[in-house]
Ligand binder design. Structure first.
Ligand SMILES: Nc1ncnc2c1ncn2[C@@H]1O[C@H](COP(=O)(O)OP(=O)(O)OP(=O)(O)O)[C@@H](O)[C@H]1O
Ligand SMILES: [Mg+2]
Length: 284
C-alpha cells in the first residue's frame, strides 16, 4: 500500500487507498466501530503517508500508532469531488456541492475557489432517526429497500390535493406539506409508505436548500454526494426531480461518498511528492 486517506465522519468512516500499481480502492466502517477501523489502518503495510479528515479525525488519530497528516474536511471533500469528476471525464466550470452525510453541507466550487454556502440539519441522520422513530427500523439498507416499495400518497399533501378540482398556480405534483396529508386521510401506517415519505422529506429539503443556494451563487449544476445516496435510488430520484424542476442540473457520482477520503488521499500523496494523483482511467 502506498498512501491512505481517511474521512472519519459522524456515522461512517470512509477510507481511500492507493496501491503500488496506482489502483485506488475504497473501504467503509461504522464510526461506532472506530477502533476496528483504526486497527485495520494500523495493519496496512504503508510505504507512503496517511492523512485524516472529518469530524472524528482527532479521535481516530488517538487510536492509531502512527502520526498522520490532517486536512480540513471541506477542503478534502471539495478536492476529492473534483478528482472523482475528473475520473468520470466530467468538466464543470463551477458547481454546487451538496454533501448529504449525517447532516447536509453545501459548498460552491469552481476552478479557483470553494466556500461553504450553507447547510441543513436534515440529512442522512434524519433518514435513520426519523425512520427508527416512526417504524422502529434502524438499518439503512432495510429502510431503503422498504421505502422503494412505498407510496407517499396518503402521507404527503401535494399542491394538487389542496387545489382539488381547480387549476393550481404551481405544478400539482409538488409537495405542499410533507406528512401533511397523514391526518386528513386517516394516514397510512404501512412501513413502506412511512419510509418513502421520510426519504421524500429529506430529499426535498436537501434539494430545496440546494437550488436556492445554486441560484444565489450562480452555479448551474448541483453535485450530490454522501453515503445517504448509496444504493438509495428513491433519494436520488427525489433530489434529481426537484433540482431539475427548479431549472438546475443534478448530478451524482460513482463513489461520491468517498470524496472526503479521496481528498485526504490527495493530501497524503502531495505531502510525499509533488505529482498530482492521476484521475484518468490509469488512476482508477
Ligand atoms: N451502512 C450504513 N450504515 C449507516 N448509515 C448509512 C449506511 N450506508 C449509508 N448510510 C446513510 O449515510 C449517512 C451517512 O453519510 P456519510 O457517510 O456521507 O456521513 P458522515 O461523513 O458519516 O457524516 P458527516 O459528514 O455529517 O460527519 C447515514 O446517516 C445514513 O443515512
Ligand atoms: Mg462526511
Amino acid at each position: 500500500m502506498l498512501h491512505i486517506g481517511v474521512d472519519a465522519g459522524g456515522t461512517l468512516v470512509k477510507i481511500a487507498c492507493e496501491h503500488e500499481d496506482g489502483a485506488i480502492s475504497f473501504r467503509k466502517f461504522r464510526s461506532s466501530d472506530l477502533t476496528q477501523a483504526a486497527e485495520w489502518v494500523d495493519a496496512q503495510p504503508l510505504r507512503g503517508n496517511l492523512c485524516l479528515t472529518g469530524g472524528k479525525a482527532g479521535l481516530f488519530q488517538a487510536l492509531i500508532r502512527r502520526e498522520a497528516g490532517h486536512v480540513i474536511e471541506f477542503e478534502a471533500t471539495c478536492s476529492g469531488a473534483k478528482w472523482l469528476l475528473c475520473r468520470e471525464g466530467i468538466a464543470l466550470p463551477s458547481f454546487l456541492l451538496t454533501n448529504v452525510g449525517t447532516g447536509t453541507s453545501i459548498h460552491y466550487v469552481d476552478e479557483h475557489t470553494h466556500y461553504r454556502v450553507g447547510g441543513t440539519g436534515v440529512g442522512g441522520g434524519t433518514i435513520l432517526g426519523l425512520s427508527a422513530l416512526t417504524t422502529g427500523i434502524d438499518d439503512f439498507e432495510e429502510i431503503v429497500r422498504l421505502a422503494a416499495a412505498g407510496s407517499r400518497d396518503d402521507i404527503d399533501l401535494t399542491v394538487g390535493h389542496i387545489y382539488e378540482g381547480a387549476t393550481p398556480p404551481i405544478p400539482g405534483e409538488l409537495t405542499a406539506s410533507n406528512f401533511g396529508r397523514w391526518l386528513q386521510t386517516g394516514g397510512s401506517r404501512r412501513k413502506e409508505d412511512v419510509l418513502a415519505s421520510v426519504i421524500g422529506l429529506v430529499g426535498e429539503t436537501v434539494a430545496t436548500v440546494s437550488v436556492h443556494a445554486a441560484g444565489q451563487s450562480g452555479a448551474a449544476c448541483v453535485l450530490y454526494i454522501g453515503s445517504s445516496f448509496v444504493r438509495n435510488e428513491l433519494l436520488r430520484r427525489v433530489v434529481a426531480g426537484y433540482t431539475e424542476l427548479r431549472g438546475s442540473r443534478s448530478l451524482t457520482l460513482p463513489d461520491g461518498e468517498f470524496s472526503g477520503a479521496v481528498g485526504a488521499l490527495l493530501s497524503a500523496r502531495n505531502a510525499d511528492a509533488q505529482v498530482p494523483l492521476a484521475c484518468g482511467p490509469e488512476g482508477r
